[in-house]
Each structure stands twice: as structure tokens, then as C-alpha cells.
Design a protein around this ligand. Structure first.
Ligand code: ADP
Length: 329
């Protein structure tokens, strides 16, 4: 695989809360697959978290460790993948400053998530950092000279801004950054317990760190068709999160369950039991790995220290190229 390791990926998650099943199925699981083929930097982007949680930073450090455990539990192999805490690698911030000089304000004001976040989180006085979030994201990616970025369909627009910033830099100062390509992950968005998108902000999550008992309890409490009151009532599997999970874990089994649910021969209680079993099966290896790493905190520290070392070596090389291109060295 030496030849294909020319391809570099940076991908990351924020640490505003614990990671959930949506994060795993929609992102982490994909990284685990990609780590053999790519030089992979898996970011824990704590600076990004500050855009919304700057008032109370007391939980950030614990969240960073939790995220590291989740990454390792998911199967990221520290021999192959650098797990990088963003604030430990100064080049992220350095490049962010430089890119912020060349990014027109209009580009940022147009980003739909800026408006969405302000509305959702009721932010009356948005900070400079919140508006600049996509520039920091561009810096995160470009500072590794990433060739590819795994994204869901909803994130393609974000990546486009990174590509525009890279083009603008290359145009102004000479070819420095590859324009990173989207590695489109077609995984459908996983619903939460209430059938909205599973998201930290909705509090409808099954967390990777939940125990088997918690997972089973949460699945039992999951929203189902409000019109299917008795077992024999016909259900609407296309709108049911239990069915969505079933499809994610076992497409064949789900194809059999759907008509049975519709016909009223499969009740919600039994269906949930089936899905909980599949979920536990899927999560058991993660729980085992998590417990093994949690038992050796010094080794987790070392994984993060080594990730930062590798990230610093790579990003300092990029910064040398950047300073030179800008004629500042
Ligand atoms: P959250 O919505 O909980 O804040 P993030 O926006 O931080 O999650 O997402 C981190 C990563 O996890 C992204 O790659 C995103 O596409 C993926 N992801 C988040 N929620 C889901 C979900 N419900 N289903 C599939 N993927 C998801």
C-alpha cells in the first residue's frame, strides 16, 4: 500500500459532548476502513468546540480523553493513524491566521451553517471565531496537505469553501496546497431515539460509551409509529427509527421485517428486541476495546503525544512551504 499512502486524509470531530452511534456509523467506521489505504490524521478539534462553549471550558479536557477512547474503541489503530488534538499542534492556528487574511468576508457570511447555528443556539452576538469556523476548518485540512476528506452529503458545501480557499492561496502565492477531494460517504443519516437526526444537540443519542443495559433500555424507549398501538396494528416501517437501525445493521433481515411490520405480524416490542440484539452485537467489540484502553490511561496519553508529534512534523513541513510561498521566509 506504500504507493497509495501518497493520499492524505484529515478528518475530525468536535468535543462538545460524548460521541454517539451516528458519529460512529456516519464517520468513525469509515475512517477505520480508510486507515489502511491513506495517511490518516484523525482530529479531535477542541478549538472548534470553543466557538460555542467558550464560557464553560471545564469539561473540554475530559471530553478530549473520551473522544480519544471512542476513536480507539472504534478501531483506529495508533500505529497507522495519528490521533491529533488540534490545540496541541500550533500550525492549525498559524495557518488559520494566514488564511483568514485571504478569505473574503462575503464567503463566510454565505455559509448556511453559520446562520443555522446562530438561530439554533440563540446566539445574539456571534463571535469572530464563529464566523471564521470554516477558515479554521480549511486550515485543519490544508495544513496536512490533505488530498481527500471523507464527508457526508450535507458537508460537501463546507468542503467546497476549503477548496476555494486553497485555490485562492495557490493563485496568490503559487501552487502549495492540493485541492482536497470529497470522499463521499453515502451512509444515510441515523435517526435518534425520537426519530429526528441523532445529534448531541437534541439529547436523543445512544452513546458509544453507553453500557449494554443502557443501550437496551434506550432501544425499548425508542419512538415508533404512534398509530401502531397494538401489536397487530399495521405499522409504517419507512418512518420508523427501529426499522432504520435494522436496515443499517442487517439489510436482509430488515427487508423481511418491513412487510411483517406493515402486515401487523411483527410487533414493536419484538422488533426492538431484535434490533437491540444486533446493536449489542455490533457494539460488543467496541466495548471490549474501550475497556482495554480505559484500563491503561498512560498508554492513551502516549497515543495522543505520539499523534501530536507526527502531526507537528507533517504540519511544520507545510508551514515552511507556506512561509516561503508568502515570501515571509
Ligand atoms: P452532532 O450532530 O452530534 O453535533 P457532528 O455534527 O459533530 O455531530 O458530526 C460529526 C460527524 O458525525 C460528521 O461526520 C457527521 O456527518 C457524523 N454524524 C453526526 N450525526 C450523524 C447521524 N445521525 N447519522 C450519521 N452520521 C452522523
Amino acid at each position: 500500500m506504500a504507493e497509495s499512502k501518497d493520499k492524505v486524509i484529515f478528518s475530525a470531530m468536535q468535543v462538545t459532548g460524548k460521541l454517539h452511534l451516528g458519529n460512529y456509523e456516519g464517520a468513525l467506521r469509515n475512517w477505520v476502513r480508510l486507515q489502511d489505504e491513506y495517511e490518516l490524521y484523525a482530529g479531535i478539534v477542541d478549538l472548534h468546540s470553543l466557538t460555542t462553549t467558550f464560557r464553560d471550558t471545564s469539561e473540554l479536557r475530559a471530553n478530549i480523553r473520551d473522544a480519544a477512547l471512542d476513536y480507539l474503541a472504534a478501531g483506529l489503530d495508533p500505529e497507522k493513524t495519528a490521533i491529533v488534538v488540534q490545540s496541541w499542534v500550533p500550525a492549525h492556528s498559524e495557518l488559520h491566521v494566514l488564511l483568514s487574511m485571504i478569505t473574503p468576508l462575503g464567503w463566510l457570511e454565505r455559509v448556511p451553517t453559520y446562520k443555522e447555528k446562530r438561530e439554533q443556539l440563540h446566539i445574539a452576538n456571534p463571535s469572530y471565531g464563529l464566523l471564521g469556523y470554516p477558515v479554521l476548518m480549511a486550515a485543519d485540512i490544508l495544513v496536512y496537505r490533505a488530498t481527500d476528506v471523507p464527508v457526508g452529503r450535507d458537508q460537501v458545501a463546507h468542503l467546497e469553501l476549503t477548496r476555494e480557499i486553497a485555490r485562492r492561496f495557490n493563485h496568490l502565492y503559487g501552487e502549495t496546497f492540493p485541492e482536497p477531494q470529497a470522499l463521499l460517504n453515502e451512509f444515510a443519516v441515523l435517526p435518534g431515539l425520537d426519530n429526528r437526526k441523532m445529534s448531541k444537540s437534541y439529547g436523543n443519542c445512544i452513546y458509544l460509551s453507553d453500557s449494554e443495559e443502557e443501550v437496551r433500555k434506550k432501544v425499548r424507549s425508542m419512538f415508533t409509529d404512534p398509530e401502531k398501538i397494538r401489536k397487530n396494528d399495521p405499522g409504517h416501517p419507512a418512518q420508523c427509527p427501529v426499522q432504520a437501525y435494522h436496515a443499517a445493521y442487517d439489510a436482509e433481515g430488515a427487508a423481511e421485517a418491513a412487510p411483517a411490520c406493515e402486515a401487523g405480524t411483527l410487533g414493536c416490542v419484538a422488533h426492538k428486541q431484535q434490533v437491540a440484539d444486533l446493536m449489542v452485537q455490533r457494539l460488543t467489540p467496541l466495548w471490549e476495546r474501550r475497556a482495554a484502553w480505559a484500563a491503561k490511561p498512560a498508554e492513551v496519553d502516549e497515543v495522543l503525544a505520539e499523534g501530536a508529534r507526527r502531526a507537528r512534523a507533517k504540519t511544520e513541513e507545510t508551514m515552511e512551504m507556506v512561509w516561503r510561498a508568502m515570501k515571509l521566509r
